[in-house]
Design a protein around this ligand. Sequence first.
Ligand code: FES
Ligand code: FE
Length: 454
Amino acid sequence: MEKQSGITKETLLNLKEKLKAGVLPQWVLADRDMYDLEIKQVFGRTWQFLAHESELKEPGSYVTRWIANDPILLTKTKSGEIKAFLNSCTHRGTLLCTADSGKQKSFTCPFHGWTYNNEGDLVGIAVGNKVYGEEMNKEDWNLRPVPNVDSYQGMIFGNLDHKAESLSDYLGNMKWYLDMMLGRSDGGMEVQGSPQRYVVEANWKVTAENFESDPYHVQFTHKSSKELGIAPNDPFFPGHGHQVVLDNGHGINLVQLDDTGISPIPYQGMPESMWPMFQKNLNKEQNDMVKDTFFVGGVYPNLGFLQFTFPLLDSDNGFYNFLNFRVWRPLAPDKVEVWSWHLIDKDAPQEYKEKSYVSFLSTFGPSGLLEQDDAEIWSRVTQASNGIMAQDKDLSYNSFLNYLMGMDRVQPNEDFPGPGVAYPLCFLDTLSRSMHKRWIDLLLAETPVKEEVR
Ligand code: FES
Ligand code: FE
């Protein structure tokens, strides 16, 4: 019997046609060959968020991170430069630094004791003279640098592709919205605590899409917050506002509460004393958005963000704003590690920062009210996508996912004041389709057509 192995170019072109018609087959959510191709073609070639500059405060600071399966060591050198290396000893490949973060001048491998400084230079070899003599040039065995490291508004990214476009080009018109989130205060933003990490049994595309482009789920998945009386009653409330499709699969939803009959909380509850600073640092269009909307979106493929506010129910009932950035790190076709950062303005009063952190933890921390709702659903998608019917590539069971919302029906708002193509509604699959189009284009790029296995 003729059997096809792997994902062929023809498979991908078929996916593209299906997506144009507003559907995707369900097998893409749990297929091993697809996952392996994604690691190479998507995660090996796109800019990946690694850390915020506030996590590397002083020379000697370091953090350890991952780009999918590549362990990364990020250091701040004596001169203040930030460097990124493969966190793997060049002797026999051991994971070099196992701590999450810290401050030190050098890193010694636990296997045979080779030592590197925080510039990545190999500076010590245990009994080197006796075992290698003069023959080995130490410089040939320095840590391997990540080919591209750059930052934007304090956000440090890395890219493993030697031929990558610049970070600035990659972010494109998303920069305007990142400026709005990260550039409103004189002192910028800072990370509170350490990134939260937890594993969810879900495919990375499910979590990324749910966060970046699916406000439609809010009224149902998070129904309990409506029942508790802390979210508006109108089931359409997260649909009001604009969904903005940006370059390279990036996008943002600007959810407008005043269309629901509820007055927005100005600047999401940030202290009034800070408002003039926001107005000074943002242009009028950005300021209007920051003042009246909350936003959720993503930098393709796997960096999600949310600027949100929530009342502290057991405290003073005040609303406390926070910015949450999160990376969906793929671990397996059905497993993702969530890395989630809480950010708040460095210039905010200390008491506000602490309450903002509690507001974040109680909603989108690992045990937060809203995060629990989402994580349960993400894993249910995976549970239901692994069987014979959902995994059938011949599609004889008609196992498709529906991306038809708003298709050919909702036109962009030409008067929208920000960059990108903005649709006057957030209950739309337009951004999801843009993300998945980008996904297929990345998978198709320079993909060899695989041989058929007989
Ligand atoms: Fe690191 Fe041998 S593997 S010193
Ligand atoms: Fe949610």
